[in-house]
Each structure stands twice: as structure tokens, then as C-alpha cells.
Design a protein around this ligand. Sequence first.
Ligand code: BQF
Length: 291
Amino acid sequence: MTILDGKKVSNDIKEEIAVEVSKMVANGEKTPHLAAILVGTDGASMTYVNAKVKACEKIGFNSTLIDLPEETTEAVLLEKIQELNTNDDIDGFIVQLPLPKHIDEQKVLMAIDPDKDVDGFHPTNVGRMALDLPTFLPATPFGILELLERYDVETSGKNVVVMGRSHIVGRPMSILMSQKRKAGDATVTVVHSRTKNLADITRSADIIVAAIGISEYLTGDMVKDGVVIIDVGITRVPDETKKAGYRLAGDVDFASVSPKASYITPVPGGVGPMTIAMLLKNTLLARERHG
Ligand code: BQF
């Protein structure tokens, strides 16, 4: 069993990007600049957005965090987005999800200039991804592809089961892995909350991408020997023995699944850090594309 060490690979990628940034700066080019909008004070969202800002500092990017109160209206948020769309100093920006319930997420994502949409959530970029045109790939699926590639995990002709159909992970992952690409050429099945005989389907999988958001849902009896496991889940589970009061759990029951797996991502330290690294990669790409 090999651990797919997302922490290590993400650090490799960040170092590669840092080298690129130094070269750009030495050539008198602009420094990549990522902005992030956070609405409200949700604990997990604050952690994620802070991790993104910190990663920018580490690799020599400029970053701007725009902190808006929970009560921010949709109109004010759309104004902020317009400002970032037209600010030539910003190469790319994200709106941290989830948004408060009074704001229409789809409307917000559609307001982002596709050329600055480094999360790849704008319908234009989703369409470009589906058509295999140059775009910004959503950071989590992009990170999973990169992790599979760097560990030389064979995907061609394999049965991949994607658990979950979210617009951020499951759906794009299923599209990307069915495409003709390095970590692609797979036969992909998407399973979800309405799927019947789910365990029969997961037991036939060579590779499982678990992205359903239910902690430790996938257990050893649901997988075959030699399976490759990508665990996208990241749930806070109350744990009084931890100083934070919680521990992080994936969608995979690591204890029962890992003995059967050929490769498996841990939680934390698997897919999560790769998500951050690929957001930075997209921002570098945005800077290069803007010329
Ligand atoms: C790690 C996210 C659900 C909803 C919105 C490192 C992250 C997580 C874990 C991280 C996530 C999850 C992010 C680890 C960004 C991944 O060491 O295991 C980094 O920051 N993520 C997000 O921005 O929004 C989310 C999950």
C-alpha cells in the first residue's frame, strides 16, 4: 500500500511555482496576484481562505483578502466582483464557498470574468473543460489528476467510480477522467444518493474518488483488493481529545479500506493540500495568459 502524499507533492508544486515567480520578477515581469472574497465568518471557510493567502505569501505571489460581513447583500458582492474584474493588478480571484443562504451562488459565479476565474466555476470555463479546451480546471479535480500523474497511477481503461455529483468535485472529476489525457482514458461511473446496489458498483472499481461529504462512509467490505482510493472528504468530527475540539475525517474509513488498497490518499494531507497548490498554478497561468 502506497500513501499518495498530497502534502509532499503540493510542496513540490509550490516550489516549482516559486521558481517560476522568481524568474518572472527577475525579468521585470509582474508578480502574480490572487484575490479572495470571503463573506461571513464560517470557521472552515476562514481556515481555507487563510491557507490560500498564506500559500501565496510562501511562493512570492501578491494576495488580497476581501472580508465582507455575513449580512452583505448580493448586490454589494456583485459590485465587489465587478471591481476585481476591472482591476488590472488582479490576475485571478475566487469567491470562497459556501456563501450565506441569502446569496445566489450561481449568479455570483456567473459575474466573475472567465479570464480571472481561477476556480474554474464559471459556466464558460465548465463548458471549456467539458470540450477539453484551454481553461482553468477546478482546483480539486486538477489536484487529483496531478497526484495520479506524479505517482504514475495507471488510469487508462480502468473502471473509475466517482462517488458524488457536485459541481465542484464529482461532476468535473467524472468528465476529466473519461477524457483522453494522462490521468484519463478511464471508464467512469458516477454514483450518488439515489444509486441502487452502490456497494456492488464500488466493489467493481479499480479507482474510487470519494466525494460525498459523509465521514468514513466507504468501508473495507465495499472495495476490492488493489483498489486506488482518492478521498476528497473533509468533515470536522467532534473529538474531545483534540485541542481544537474536533478531528478531520474523510469519506473513507481508512482503517478498513487501506489494507486492501494499492494507493490511498490520507485525510488530512491528501487531496486538500493539492487543491491549494492547483489554485496557485491556475493563478500563475492567469498571469501568463494576461501577458
Ligand atoms: C489537508 C473545502 C469543502 C467545502 C469548501 C489542506 C485544505 C483542506 C485540507 C483546504 C476545501 C477543502 C477548501 C487540507 C480548500 C480543501 O491538509 O488535508 C487544505 O484548504 N481546502 C475550500 O476552499 O473550500 C471548501 C471543502
